[in-house]
Design a protein around this ligand. Structure first.
Ligand SMILES: C[S@@+](CC[C@H](N)C(=O)[O-])C[C@H]1O[C@@H](n2cnc3c(N)ncnc32)[C@H](O)[C@@H]1O
Length: 311
């Protein structure tokens, strides 16, 4: 459902992005999306989006085929070849073990949503994916560290995988979730979250969000962040600042600062992969924040950092 509405939103966002000249732009490492989405953002690919390169960069093996050194440009509708499926089950088990040692989990917590037709691994009647395992870890970690968070801002949230898990959290109980990403990903998140039955609205300048009742997810284009005026409880960035230029990070952090966001949760690489990358330890975090916790990320060589606003 909502395919045509999503395609229309994508076109609107791309048009607006071309017309905006504020301090935001497509990150160089994500430039391929501009052409790829323009050619492939159609109804069929949307229905199956988690088996298409529309999610390249957000999901990787074991949720999508491995083809070393080759950029996948065609949808892989038939799913993983058998040998990759076997390797995938091994990888899923290798991830479940540390997750369950860190937090005691119930298998249903790592079950994935069927929206976008993901390549999954069946454990009994539960359909598990690598993405759902990672998002389950983030959800539990965020619940442990931040408890309640009414207003959440996430930047670079992919297609909304973490937003889905956090909106379902009874502990955090978010009421308003502001979701920012590139225009292409905003359209995917709109589709994913709407089909997961959330109340999803596209944020526009002058919108009176105080009047909205119940839980709402707002799709906020990067150039509309400056029109937001909401005190944020929590800002989240997982594996996204690491793909951005200093200019982009400065832009986003200045908005987070302006919104007096109480806590920041960052999970990013402390190293460089592309020439324009910034290490997490070099982020220009505004002076009114202190680093309150740092820990190694459970599944790879990334750092998790928690910053708090100095009162
Ligand atoms: C590796 S994915 C991470 C997705 C998700 N947060 C996760 O942990 O799986 C990086 C995300 O950052 C987004 N991104 C990259 N450059 C961006 C920019 N300049 N502004 C907003 N989002 C950006 C990408 O579109 C993508 O969704």
């Amino acid at each position: 459902m909502f395919e045509q509405e999503t395609i229309d939103l994508y076109k609107k966002l791309v048009k607006e992005a071309a017309e905006t000249d504020i301090g935001w732009r497509h990150s160089p490492v994500e430039d391929w999306k501009i052409d790829y989405f323009a050619k492939n953002f159609n109804e069929n690919n949307l229905i199956n989006f988690r088996r298409t390169p529309l999610v390249e960069g957000v999901i990787s093996f074991p949720d999508r085929p491995l083809r070393k050194g080759v950029r996948l440009t065609q949808p892989w509708l038939s799913g993983l070849p058998l040998w990759q499926k076997i390797r995938g089950i091994r990888d899923i088990l290798v991830e479940l073990y540390p997750l369950n040692s860190y937090f005691k989990i119930n298998l249903s917590e790592v079950g994935d949503s069927p929206v976008g037709n993901p390549c999954y691994y069946s454990f009994g009647n539960i359909k598990i994916t690598d993405l759902a395992i990672r998002m389950c870890f983030y959800r539990k970690y965020i619940e442990k560290e931040f408890k309640h968070a009414s207003n959440i801002l996430e930047i670079g949230g992919g297609f909304g995988g973490l937003c889905l898990k956090l909106m379902q959290s009874k502990i955090l109980n978010p009421q308003k979730y502001f979701f920012t990403d590139l225009p292409e990903n905003l359209a995917l998140a709109f589709y994913y979250l709407k089909n997961n039955n959330f109340n999803v609205k596209v944020f526009e300048r002058g919108q009176d969000i105080e009047r909205d009742s119940g839980k709402v997810v707002y799709i906020v284009a990067p150039w509309k962040l400056k029109d937001l005026n909401v005190r944020m409880d929590l800002f989240i960035n997982t594996m996204s600042f690491q793909h951005m230029t200093r200019e982009n990070i400065v832009y986003y952090l200045s908005e987070i600062n302006r919104l007096n966001t109480k806590n920041l949760f960052l999970v990013n690489r402390d190293g460089k992969r592309d020439a324009t990358d910034l290490k997490i330890s070099e982020y220009p975090i505004p002076e009114k924040y202190i680093l309150s916790k740092e820990e190694k990320y459970l599944f790879s060589n990334h750092l998790m950092r928690k910053y708090s606003l100095i009162n």
